[in-house]
Design a protein around this ligand. Sequence first.
Ligand SMILES: Nc1ncnc2c1ncn2[C@@H]1O[C@H](COP(=O)(O)OP(=O)(O)OP(=O)(O)O)[C@@H](O)[C@H]1O
Length: 596
Amino acid sequence: MAIIDEKTKMHTEMEPVDITFSDLTYTVPISRGKGKKTILKGVSGTFKSGELTAIMGPSGAGKSSLLNILTGFVKIGVSGQISIAKNGKESRKICSYILQEDNLFPLFTVQETMILAATLKISNKSMSTKEKHILVENILSSLGLSFSMKTRCSNLSGGQRKRLSIALELLDDPPVLFLDEPTTGLDSSSSADCISLLNKLSTEGRTVVCTIHQPSASLYHEFGHIYVLAEGNCVYQGPPSNTVPFLSSVELHCPQYHNPADFLIEVTNKEYGDYTKALTEAAEDPKWRTEEKAPTLLKDLSVRPVRSINYSKKIYPPSEWIKLWILMGRCHILFYRDWTVTHLKLVLHILCAILIGILYGDSGTNATKTFSNVGLLMIGVVYIWYTTMMPSVLKFPLEIATIKKETFNNWYKLRTYYLATQITSTPIHVLFSITFATILYLMTSQPLEVDRFMKYVLTFITLTIAADGFGIFLGTMANPINGTFFGAVLTCFMVAFAGFLIFFHHMPFILRLVSYLSPHRYAFHSLILSVYDKGRTDLICPSNIIYCHYKKAEMIIKTLGMSDGDYNTNILMIILTIIAVKIVAYFTLRRALRMG
Ligand SMILES: Nc1ncnc2c1ncn2[C@@H]1O[C@H](COP(=O)(O)OP(=O)(O)OP(=O)(O)O)[C@@H](O)[C@H]1O
């Protein structure tokens, strides 16, 4: 449904953006100290606006590498010139890159995904909310997604997901679209729909470049320009109609009724001998780059391309501050919808606290159970640490591809995303830790004093935030398998250095210094001091017991070697750990995005 009113008739005209690159070379290290491998060997070419370009070639020819370099996704090891200019100004920000993986949030519907993207990409000053809704409907209708507006992304078909990925990038009307293998995983009919959609977008004045493996004969002729790579060399560039005469010029005759695209790939796969050098030389002749037939409608500059999507106004993005609020909103919805993240965990925290509470009974006041109570405090530390850290270790590797796609396409800056996730996830961790700590405190008969209770809960709150930071750090440094392994090892050492499984005065001096790096040390210290320090009344020694060694609270503090301990210093150390680990985690996340 194309909604056109007087306002939307004022189409902003697509400014042509041609992409020119010359002598592009891409070199990668093979393995440490063992030399380099050249992926692209000085390739040149031009991709014009209003034209749909296909980058083709056998597997490993360098198609994705070329696309990654042109988009700016890859920068290291690249030499040569690339010009992507709009109004004479060089800019990569006008490009949108649609990756092979769709990376959509499964819990959002198509409409929600689009509206959220629209609010992130288009400021309220350049378009009202109503206008954004109209634009979203317009794009979805143009891409044949109107009937799936209320469908969750998890339930979309492969072709629909691909079209939604394209729709999302069309919101801010980019003049250049790059797509990595948009037809992979689609059946022939969906592939045909996808390519004809891209063709339509290019005829509206955009520069559309995609990689494709082996298109059918009919699909092949939908492209305006074909760029073929073989072993890092350009072995053909020109319209599809010139392919057969071009190949004939090097004595490679495409059999009648044979798909020229198939023949081209067979030739580049050396099924008829090694023609790579001959083809590379022949492809340098500019005569193959123009069609011999009459120029198409688009190339006639007097004809304005008809735009199916109406962008009523020039689009400006909102400020990062506004984007922060929008991202926080998105995180909240995701937390709410993913019941395993919030509801299930809250229930499990309650159940576990009750279970542990039953297990330890009155250990908080019973002088015969003092050591059990100390063990309980340690269990609390490990429980909160583990249940907070491990989900973060697993969460970030799953999200990195989506964050990379969105930050690369200028939806928002990484620091905005990071801040939004921290602001939204922290209250949830805090809620979990308060719930767990409160139940445990009351069920295990800890002293009913507000001051002690607050200190006890505050320790769990700070520890949970620190654990989240360590989880992000590990999740952005390693894959989920290694992350969970390193997380488990790290936790074991932190527990060992906490001062309970081995007392501080039993540790070798050097290792005692290492214990200062363990947040578990500070958390365990804080819990002991909150419960037993500062004039704690004597614990109850049951009448049937003759002697209770730990009746006096200072005795347990002395045994644990914490007589000099100060609650505030320990909490401060956890807070400093939080600040340090969250900053480091931001940089490891940034590094993970760069490494892809
Ligand atoms: N960072 C890298 N380190 C080492 N080798 C690389 C790197 N990037 C690409 N390559 C190699 O460069 C060659 C070209 O890779 P590229 O992904 O560009 O090929 P492709 O034509 O897109 O292949 P396919 O069609 O199979 O996806 C491959 O042999 C690949 O192994």
